[in-house]
Design a binder for this molecule. Structure first.
Ligand code: GSH
Length: 220
């Protein structure tokens, strides 16, 4: 049995859980693991990040690597198309989403949600880079109806967890959800929200987020 370790407000942890659920994999969930630079966590996840996976062979970190492992180990229900070019296009979408949108918006996460400050310069840099990332997503995504075409793929697991965070952060920082720049996103998110697997992940994320915010308020 494998165990996915993390915390339900982490979009990367949720990506892995969503992929596992979509693939119909039986797994254990350790939803109480926070990122940390403590030796105990670093021994399990060398960057101190979540998620990581416990297997009978050892530990694996990095969400994309974990998802690829799940594909290799449980190939029966694949989240990739069969054709090599189509598979590469799914991976291309994932890379663009994660490197050029999610990671860029993440620079403002602390300022948007946790009371950190961000300079006007940082906000302007992030906006410039997000615009480039969005241009790439607009170019690559098919929305027909899923991101890479007519099959639900791992790219959709990524979008299901990253798009909401990007919307939230940009709404708070710039007063506008940057994803409105891609008109198909609204209908696409509704479609994703019809999937029981996505509903479960979103509900757990929201409940945990509210609990975290309430406890921060109490302790401040
Ligand atoms: N590239 C990593 C990113 C994971 C990541 O950044 N996780 C966040 C939580 S959503 C984290 O652990 N942050 C703590 C840190 O960066 O020290 C992956 O895909 O798993």
């Amino acid at each position: 049995m494998i165990t996915i370790c993390g915390f339900p407000i982490s979009n990367y942890y949720n990506k892995v859980r969503l992929a596992a659920a979509e693939k119909g994999i039986e797994y254990k969930d350790d939803a109480s693991v926070f990122p940390s630079q403590d030796a105990a966590l670093l021994a399990r996840s060398p960057m101190g990040k979540i998620p990581f996976l416990e297997t009978e062979h050892g530990l694996i970190c990095e969400s994309q690597v974990i998802c690829e492992y799940l594909e290799d180990r449980f190939p029966e229900k694949s989240l990739y198309p069969a054709d090599p070019y189509a598979r590469a296009k799914v991976r291309e979408l994932i890379q663009v989403l994660e490197l050029h949108i999610e990671l860029v918006a993440r620079r403002l996460l602390g300022a948007a949600l946790f009371g950190a400050s961000a300079s006007d310069e940082t906000k302007a840099e992030v906006k410039r880079d997000l615009d480039k990332g969005l241009r790439a997503v607009t170019h690559l995504a098919k929305f027909s109806p899923y991101l890479a075409g007519n099959e639900f793929t791992l790219a959709d697991c990524c979008a299901a967890v990253h798009f909401p965070l990007i919307s939230l952060v940009t709404k708070i920082i710039y007063g506008e959800d940057i994803l409105v720049g891609i008109p198909q996103v609204e209908g696409y998110m509704k479609l994703l929200g019809e999937r029981p697997t996505v509903q479960k992940i979103w509900a757990e994320r929201d409940a945990t987020f509210q609990a975290v915010m309430a406890s921060r308020k109490k302790s401040s």
